[in-house]
Design a binder for this molecule. Structure first.
Ligand code: RP5
Length: 288
C-alpha cells in the first residue's frame, strides 16, 4: 500500500513579495492570516492574470464568459478539476485556494482556474565509488542521487516535472516530462537513450507514488494553484539510469545528478518530495 505524504498545512513560497514574471506585488499575508477561517478585513489583493495566457489552448477562458461552464470539483470532460486536497470552495463563482490566502487574486500565469495538475518523476540511484561500491556519507549512510533540472524561468534546481495534458494519465506525464526535460526528447532522436526502448519502458513502468497533493508553487494565487503526483523510479544497480544520456530540454536549461541531502533547497515543494524518497530508500536499503 502506498503511504501518501501528510497534506500541506500552509504555504510560504506563494506569499513572497512580487508575483513571478511580473511587477505585481502580493498583498502581505502574515502566517496567522493564511487561513480563510481567520478574518482579515484589511485584505485587498490585486487581481493579476498574465496577458500571455489569454487564448492559449491550455488555458481556461475568463470566468463570466458565457461559453465557459466549468464543472468544479469534477472531471470536466477531459480536464481534471478535482483537487487531491478534497472539495475546494467556490466563492462568487471563483475557486478558492484550499490552503489559504496568497496575496493575489486572478490566475497569474497559470492556465486553469482552481487546480493545475502536474506530475513529477524522482529518478534515483545510489552514488558509487570507482570500485562500484555504494558511497557512504560521514554518518555511514549510503548516498542517494536524483536527477534534477535547472528551470529556465527561475534558475532554481527542480524535479523534471510538468503539466498533465488533458486526458493524460499522470504516470505517463511523469515519464514524458522526464524525457522532454532531462533527455531533450523533443529535439534528440529516441536512439540517443543508449538503452533499448523496452528496458527504458520497463524501468519507467515501475514508479512508486510518493506524493499527491498541493504544491507551494510561487505561481499560485487565491484562485489557481499547482498540485502534483510524484513518482519515484529507483535503479538499485544503477545500470539502467547510468546508460541514460542526460541533456536539458524543453524549458530546462541544465540537468544533473544531485546528492539527496536533508538540507536540499529546490523549487516549490520539491525538497519535501525528495526528502520523502530519501527516507523510504534509506529504510529499504537498511532492511536488506
Ligand atoms: C511544480 O511545477 C510541479 O511540481 C511541477 O514540477 C511543475 C510543473 O510546472 P512547469 O514545470 O510545467 O512550469 O509546481
Amino acid at each position: 500500500m502506498n503511504i501518501i505524504l501528510v497534506g500541506m498545512i500552509t504555504h510560504f513560497k506563494c506569499r513572497l513579495d512580487v508575483y513571478p514574471r511580473s511587477s505585481v506585488e502580493r498583498f502581505p499575508v502574515p502566517d496567522d492570516k493564511v487561513s480563510w477561517a481567520v478574518d482579515y478585513k484589511e485584505y485587498r489583493p490585486r487581481n493579476h492574470t498574465a496577458q500571455s495566457i489569454h487564448g492559449k489552448p491550455w488555458a481556461d477562458p475568463e470566468i463570466g464568459d458565457p461559453e465557459f461552464n466549468p464543472n468544479w470539483n469534477h472531471l470536466d470532460k477531459n480536464v481534471d478539476r478535482q483537487s487531491y486536497t478534497g472539495q475546494y470552495k467556490i466563492v462568487d463563482s471563483y475557486p478558492l485556494n484550499p490552503i489559504g490566502r496568497t496575496g493575489i487574486i486572478g490566475r497569474g500565469v497559470l492556465g486553469r482556474w482552481g487546480p493545475n495538475h502536474a506530475a513529477d518523476p524522482v529518478v534515483t540511484r545510489w552514488k558509487r565509488l570507482q570500485s562500484g561500491e555504494v558511497e557512504k556519507d560521514n554518518s555511514n549512510k549510503p548516498i542517494l542521487q536524483f536527477v534534477a533540472i535547472k528551470r529556465g524561468d527561475t534558475g532554481e534546481w527542480a524535479l523534471p516535472g510538468g503539466m498533465v495534458d488533458p486526458g493524460e494519465k499522470v504516470t505517463k506525464t511523469a515519464v514524458r516530462e522526464f524525457r522532454e526535460e532531462a533527455m531533450n526528447s523533443l529535439v534528440m532522436p529516441q536512439g540517443k537513450i543508449n538503452i533499448c526502448e523496452q528496458k527504458f519502458e520497463s524501468f519507467f513502468s515501475n514508479g512508486e507514488e510518493v506524493y499527491k497533493g498541493y504544491v507551494d508553487d510561487p505561481r499560485n494565487t487565491d484562485n489557481a494553484w499547482m498540485e502534483t503526483a510524484a513518482y519515484n523510479f529507483h535503479d538499485d544497480s544503477g545500470h539502467v539510469v547510468g546508460a541514460l544520456n542526460l541533456h536539458a530540454g524543453d524549458d530546462a536549461v541544465g540537468v544533473t545528478w544531485v546528492d539527496a541531502t536533508p538540507d536540499l533547497q529546490l523549487y516549490a515543494s520539491h525538497s519535501s518530495i525528495v526528502k520523502e524518497v530519501l527516507k523510504r530508500r534509506l529504510n529499504a536499503f537498511s532492511s536488506v
